[in-house]
Design a protein around this ligand. Sequence first.
Ligand code: SAH
Length: 485
Amino acid sequence: MELKKNQEITLKIDDLGNNGEGIGHVDGYALFVKDALPGETIRARIMKCKKKYGFARMMEVLECSDSGRVKPKCPVARQCGGCTLQHLSYEKQLAYKEKKVKDCLVRIGGLDAEKVEWLPILAMETPWQYRNKAQFPVRMQRDDSGVLRPVAGFYAGRTHSIIPVTDCAIQHPSMKGLLEAVLTWMQEQHVPAYDEVSHRGLVRHIYIRRAYHTNQIMVCLVINGRQISGDLQRTLIENLTGIQGMTSIFLNINTERTNVILGKEMLLLWGQEYIEDRIGEISYHISPQSFYQVNPVQTEKLYQTALEFAGLTGEETVWDLYCGIGTISLFLAKNAKKVYGVEIVPEAIQNAKENARLNGIDNAEFFCGAAEEVVPKLAEELAVARNLTGEEGNEAENETEKMANLADVVVVDPPRKGCDGVLLDTIVKMAPAKIVYVSCDPGTLARDVKFLGEKGYEVRKVRACDMFGQGGHVESVCLLHRIDS
Ligand code: SAH
């Protein structure tokens, strides 16, 4: 069937896309429809046709069988891009995420589904109010009575105007009061919000982090300027330090015309350089530039799964690549002989080193740099050192043997784009018995697993973990074994 713009068709939705949109098919041609759900048959209007897929608008639900449609809790869920699955029951969200991981690993990764142990997804007990981090844009906007005020919220569609919201349904409830305290200060002190068009004004974003177990709070104002006056500093500190848990107040300098939220420079205005939180029994210092998982309760379950998959006895050398502030490294260190952590952000590595000391862990060592550069170099150095001491007997004859047994377990937890090819090559040379792959994108996980499969690694266990209730992102942990081990 030839589809044309504005044509109306009846469409059965059979899948969900990465951004929570429904997907239906006409003679094998995929159509993406925002707000439609699998199980629904809808009247849709074609909006745009590309070669391999197109977009349609949902006009009406004609029939519905067990689609799991629910009324979104948040009144602005539809306009806000944040929660892409609020209109889907939590049970169905979980089923979708579990299926997504499996489908990617089978279709892209080439796994034989029968040979893998698929453990049930780790669900959230309450999939609301879980986020420990907020980054809200700030703008000047007229309120209903025409008064120009600073507002924080989210961008409406693809525009640059903001829909004011401070009580986001997935944020920890304390975020609302914190955002409002900053907005009140701006209004009282006549501090202008940033304006993208003129590149004028001061406050661009309000960035907040809250530690789940200690209730320590960090507030950081991202400003289009190098500093704020002494008076403004004093009043800001006065307004915020009255809030229970306030631990750090930062300014971040971002004077570029850019969509990137944080600039490079951080100025501490008040308090300490980091907040402290716990995961399981380990305490962590977290600086504002460091990555830290946004869902504290699920993070513990995620790391516990990584620990179980690693199956440590206390004798192993473990490498934790893309280690952030050393969260997984230190979580595993007590059950390992030695842990090496590698991470690209200097502040995160500084936190990781402090965190080892803080917890009295002396068998973890951390290295800063791109994993694909640091790991080959470090492995080479360790291999040379080992050969010199003759620890492993005969000198290795080739590259592969040289690096073998430098690691018993390698954990990787890369960003969405997955592992770098050079890094994967090096891991294969190091030939660990197990690889524990923690992934926030099943597509790139599947791609990397396929590569490792061709090099002698087999997936044994997979478990998804819901870190992002109401959102479409999917986290999972995958255990690979070297086939001959
Ligand atoms: N395992 C950590 C962090 C995972 S997020 C945790 O659970 O908290 C991914 C991390 O990879 C981030 O800290 C990011 O800064 C880091 N990163 C991104 N690219 C990298 C690279 N090429 N080499 C090393 N680390 C990198």
